[in-house]
Each structure stands twice: as structure tokens, then as C-alpha cells.
Design a protein around this ligand. Structure first.
Ligand code: SF4
Length: 479
């Protein structure tokens, strides 16, 4: 529904109800009275509505008081790690060049922990729009000094005032960003009175329009009141912005190349499907020619944890399982995790396989645990679901799992692999054990055909195939 401009009403790009902590409030927000965030939210929401870009806008919220921006904006939303909004925005925008990506950040998020992120994104000229709320303090965490805290300004961490010899000078981010070549538009505004709010409104629109016109990186800094952090009334806070904050952070346009900058060429949104096979190292011919006799149709989710020492091929085993499952046209995820030592330290990976979309790649309670050392058995045994499976290298783990409610299969995989020609094939031997146990959704004939193409090491290919067959037969004999 189009907003009527002659009456005050909430833009349709805001949700009707602001839900927070289970409380539904139609009119209020979680922001303090006199806070500038609400005003800036409204200016952005109105611009999105007026430009008709709601369905392609993604707002990235930061860590800080505006962390809950996604409770308000009825757009795509991502909440990023502290200071990483420009990196997240970069990834999203590059994958979806026709989207409108708005990064919304405070001074702790953008000018402290995320200072490098914002400078690099600006310097690359990422085609995103950044709104930077500068209220010269850390509001959410109780009023500590921010990089933008003024000299002599008292905060909970500078009770005698910010001292230039101890804490340095307040960072002027607009000026810094404007010195870079790539940004196309940089302006600082303030939310003090109707006139300046109107100026901010124009800046918000210019910055978003710059992105719509594919002109490149745009940045608007907004001096905004934090009555709570400043320990002032809302009116005092507005006055302080005018008398103090804006004398150091002077409002104005710091860069405007909008007229002269050529639009960026929008690259192809996604690679053509045939490229996926190449990018993911999948044998396309194999996939196209093979007809699966029985891909499981009933909903299922297999969650696998594979753990042991680095160097045992555990991450590769997870990758191979994921690749085989993907070859069956299932949804898959593969998430490696290893310590600082690439070899010798503990390592594990999580694999999920499903015939519906996977929300998170994390595996906390595996349905299958494949484990190749004692520390990992100790760490993950109790996480396996009731009725799950533990496949372990019984040559390396001499104590079988104590769980009685799971199926435990001990195979001296490393010893057997040694007799087959190479201990490094132990991981694929365990794959054979696993594939036999999971033949309700993994097709043996497909695996036999696909495995040689998926295995990366040509030198180990023959011994790996032998090991797979050994493992497959091993578990078959157990049944
Ligand atoms: S602490 Fe400050 S910035 Fe945070 S919501 Fe309250 S007034 Fe706004």
C-alpha cells in the first residue's frame, strides 16, 4: 500500500508490530526516548518504500543498540558479527548484484572493531550503502568510550574525560572515507531539528539512489542523540549535538561524484548451472547420465560428525560423503573444524544430508559419529542421538563406546588399510562401512561409479577403491 504523504503514518517497509522478547508492541520500539535510531530508521524505511525497492533490499544490522533492526524493517535482514557488516554486505551484493544492500552500523561497530572492514569495503568501492550512526559513545553496553567520543567527554571508561594523550583523538570517519578514491558519495548529517532531519532525509535518499544507479559505495554519517549514554534529557542531547558534537564532526558533503561517476557494470547474477559442476569438482557427465534407482523421497536428515587427528583424512572423508550425497541430488552441507595444527591436532567436520533445505551446517547431536582417535570419542560419544551409530577405528581406540542405546561398530581401519597398501586409505574404508549402513539413501552403484572421480589423490585411488570395497563388505558381513 502506498503511503499517503500528507498524513503521518508508518511506512509499509516497517513491520506492523515490533516484537521483542515475546512482547508485541504496536507503537513503541526498544530504543530509549530521544534516541536518534528511530528517526533514522523511519527515514530509511520511507526511502525504501518510496523507491519501491522493498522486495530487493537487504538490511544488515550490526552489534550495538540497533542490533534489533530486523525487528523493524520488513525487508531481507542479516544480523552480522561485530563490525563485519561491510564484509557480509560485500558477499551478499556480489552474489546478488541487483539487490540493494544497506549496512547500518554504530560507532563502536564501524569505527572500532569494524574499522578495517569499512575502510577496505569503501576502498574496494563495494556497491553498498552504509549508514553510520555516530553518537560518540557505546550506548548498548552502558556508556563506554567510543572511537568517536569527544576530547574531555566523560564516559564510564573515561571518568575524567577523554584524554588525547591516553586515548587519542576522536576518529572522523566521513573525512577518512572521503579521502579514498572509490566511494562515490559521503555526507555527514545530524538529527537535531526539522531542518537537519530533512537534510538527513535527502542524504539517505541520495545514498540509496547511488546504489540503485549502480554508482558505487555511498556513506552517510548521522550525528545522533544518546540521552541515556550521555546522561541527558532528550532536549539536552539535541542541544549538545549542536553545541559540541557537530563542532568537531562538522556536517556537510565530503564527497559527491554522483554526476560524474559511470555506473558499474552489473555482472551476471549467478554462474550458469553447468558451471556448478566444474566449480564444485563434480563429474557432470556422471551426474547427467546416471539414473538413480532409489533416491530417498521421504523426508530425512542425516547429521554426521567425523572426528580424529589432523592428517587422518577426516575432512576429506566428510567432503567425499557430501559430494556423493550431492551427486544423489540431496541437499548437503560440509563444515570443517580444526585446531591451529593442520597435522597432529584434533580435527573434525560436520556433514548434513537431507532431501529438504538445510538451515544450519552445524552438527551438535550427530545421528552418525565416525571417529578415529580416543580424545574425539571422549568428546563426541555422548552427543550422538539415541539410536544413532558410532563407527570407530578399533585399532586406534581400544575402549569401545559405553553407550548402550547406539549401534557401535569397531573396525581396525588403519591396520586393514595398511595391509591393503596404505594407512591413508583408512578413512575411505570407514566410508565403505558407512555407505553400507546407509544404503537406504546412498546408492552403491552410484558410489562405485562416482567415487573414482571424486577422490582427489590419483596416487591413492586404487588403494582407496580397495579400501571402500573392503569396508562395504565388512559391514555387510556384520548384518
Ligand atoms: S543507549 Fe543510546 S543509542 Fe542506545 S537506544 Fe538508548 S539512547 Fe539510543
Amino acid at each position: 500500500m502506498t503511503r499517503q504523504h500528507n498524513i503521518l503514518q508508518k511506512p509499509s517497509t516497517f513491520f506492523d508490530i515490533f516484537e521483542r522478547k515475546g512482547v508485541s508492541e504496536v507503537k513503541s520500539t526498544h530504543y530509549c526516548p530521544g534516541c536518534g535510531h528511530g528517526i533514522l530508521h523511519k527515514l530509511i524505511a520511507e526511502a525504501i518504500e518510496d523507491f519501491g525497492i522493498q522486495d530487493k533490499t537487504v538490511l544488515i544490522s550490526p552489534v550495538g543498540c540497533s542490533v534489533f533492526a530486523y525487528y523493524y524493517f520488513d525487508t531481507g535482514n542479516i544480523q552480522s558479527a561485530h563490525g563485519r557488516a561491510p564484509a557480509v554486505g560485500t558477499g551478499y551484493k556480489r552474489a546478488n548484484p541487483h539487490s540493494i544492500v544497506i549496512s547500518y552500523q554504530g560507532d563502536g561497530d564501524l569505527a572500532a572493531i569494524g574499522a578495517n572492514e569499512i575502510i577496505q569495503a569503501a576502498n574496494r568501492g563495494e556497491a553498498i550503502t552504509v549508514f553510520f550512526v555516530n553518537n560518540a559513545i557505546y550506548g548498548m553496553t552502558g556508556g563506554q568510550m567510543a572511537p568517536t567520543t569527544l576530547l574531555n567527554q566523560t564516559t564510564t571508561t573515561t571518568p575524567y574525560g577523554r584524554n588525547k594523550f591516553h586515548e587519542g583523538y576522536p576518529l572522523r570517519m566521513s573525512e577518512i572515507i572521503a579521502t579514498l578514491e572509490a566511494p562515490v558519495y559521503v555526507e555527514r548529517c545530524m538529527l537535531t531539528d526539522a531542518k537537519n532531519i530533512a537534510k538527513t532525509r535527502n542524504a539517505v535518499r541520495k545514498a540509496i539512489k547511488a546504489q540503485m544507479d549502480q554508482k558505487g559505495f555511498s556513506f552517510v554519517e548521522v550525528l545522533s542523540g544518546c540521552p541515556t549514554g550521555w546522561k541527558m534529557t532528550p532536549q539536552e542531547a539535541k542541544t549538545w549535538i549542536t553545541t559540541d558534537l557537530s563542532t568537531y564532526f562538522v556536517p556537510g558533503v565530503y564527497k559527491d561524484d554522483l554526476e560524474t561517476r559511470e555506473p558499474h557494470e552489473v555482472k551476471q547474477e549467478n554462474p550458469p548451472p553447468e558451471d556448478y559442476y566444474h566449480l564444485l569438482n563434480i563429474n557432470q557427465t556422471l551426474k547427467e547420465e546416471y539414473v538413480f534407482p532409489h533416491v530417498l523421497k521421504e523426508p530425512f536428515l542425516e547429521e554426521i560428525k567425523i572426528a580424529g587427528f589432523g592428517g587422518q583424512g577426516l575432512l576429506s572423508l566428510g567432503y567425499v560423503i557430501a559430494a556423493l550425497a550431492m551427486g544423489h541430488a540431496y541437499e548437503v552441507s560440509w563444515l570443517p573444524s580444526y585446531g591451529p595444527e593442520m597435522r597432529g591436532g584434533t580435527a573434525n567436520c560436520s556433514v548434513k544430508i537431507s532431501n529438504s533445505r538445510i538451515g544450519s551446517p552445524l552438527v551438535t547431536n550427530p545421528s552418525t559419529l565416525i571417529v578415529m582417535n580416543k580424545p574425539s570419542m571422549k568428546k563426541f560419544e555422548n552427543a550422538v542421538i539415541n539410536g544413532g551409530i558410532i563407527i570407530y577405528d578399533s585399532g586406534l581406540i581400544d575402549t569401545p563406546p559405553s553407550r548402550q542405546d547406539v549401534t557401535a561398530i569397531g573396525v581396525p581401519a588403519t591396520e586393514i588399510a595398511d595391509t591393503l597398501g596404505n594407512t591413508k586409505a583408512a578413512n575411505i574404508l570407514l566410508l565403505g562401512v558407512y555407505a553400507r549402513l546407509k544404503k537406504q539413501f546412498l546408492d552403491e552403484q552410484y558410489i562405485q561409479t562416482a567415487l573414482p572421480a571424486i577422490l582427489e589423490s590419483k596416487a591413492l585411488r586404487d588403494v582407496n577403491i580397495k579400501a571402500f570395497n573392503y569396508g562395504f563388505t565388512y559391514s555387510e558381513n556384520m548384518k
